[in-house]
Design a protein around this ligand. Structure first.
Ligand code: MF3
Ligand code: CO
Length: 249
């Protein structure tokens, strides 16, 4: 069931998303070589709470931490650890969810640490661009498949692949609502977009093949071929004009 939000509800989602955006922005100056992924998670948790939010992922379906931190060949849902340290050249994807006044915000950003290769730079740029190509299609009257196809075309025309095993989603009083927003698909197919829909669009892009494996912890998704992966996510609202990016400062 797709839940259409009124302007008061969107305002609450906007407030949750503001905290997400602030956290992802602050991390640009914080994440450094030598920190553990647990240090990064603590920083995130403290900032969310300081801003009056609740970390949304902690306890969600048993997930044990306040953010997902996925390094290099980890695609999504990496669990922060005090034994894993950031190194020069790492690709660090951070996914943050916040609850504020009963509504969720969800966003992700991938940080390249220190000296990263040209190919990794391209992976980060193309993944982020693909998110914006999808957002451009998030217009009332278009269909979910228009978003999906725009993302897939941009990624594949740059020689990378789109992860199939995880998708974007509606968001509101729950972290995951209908409809699903795949990062692959065909134009002019799927659910029609309407004003008042709020959705999280989140391309996950691999340098090699799209296949992923889940590690024994039951959460961490890694690329099957060991290639690098990137993840960018925004929560947006469908309006009667341009989409509004809620997880943007
Ligand atoms: N952005 C991811 C999603 O929307 C984060 C969920 S992680 C979990 O699915 F820990 F909360 F499960
Ligand atoms: Co999400």
């Amino acid at each position: 069931m797709i839940i259409i939000k009124n302007s008061e509800e969107i305002d609450k989602i906007r407030k949750a998303c503001f905290i997400v955006a602030k956290v992802l922005e602050e991390l640009k100056g914080y994440i450094k070589e030598g920190l553990s992924t647990k240090d990064i998670e603590k920083f995130i948790e403290n900032l969310i709470i300081k801003m009056g939010g609740i970390p949304a992922f902690k306890g969600y379906r048993g997930y044990p931490a306040s953010a997902c931190i996925s390094l290099n060949d980890q695609v999504v849902h990496g669990i922060p650890s005090e034994k894993v340290f950031i190194k020069d050249g790492d690709v660090v994807s951070v996914d943050v969810g916040v609850i504020k006044d009963g509504f969720y915000g969800d966003g992700a950003y991938t940080y390249g640490i220190g000296r990263i290769s040209e190919e990794i730079k391209k992976l980060l740029i193309v993944t982020n661009e693909s998110l914006y190509k999808g957002i451009e299609k998030a217009i009332a009257g278009n269909r979910v498949g228009d978003i999906s196809a725009a993302i897939q075309n941009h990624v594949e025309s740059n020689g990378f692949s789109v992860v199939r095993a995880f998708v974007g989603h509606g968001i509101g009083r729950s972290l995951h609502e209908d409809p699903q927003i795949p990062n692959f698909g065909k134009e002019k197919t799927g659910v029609k977009l309407r004003k008042g829909m709020t959705i999280a669009i989140e391309p996950m892009v691999n340098m090699g093949t799209h296949e992923v494996i889940i590690l024994e912890d039951g959460w961490t998704a890694v690329t099957k071929d060991g290639s690098y992966s990137a993840h960018f996510e925004h929560t947006i609202a469908i309006t009667d004009g341009e989409p509004e990016i809620l997880t943007k400062l």
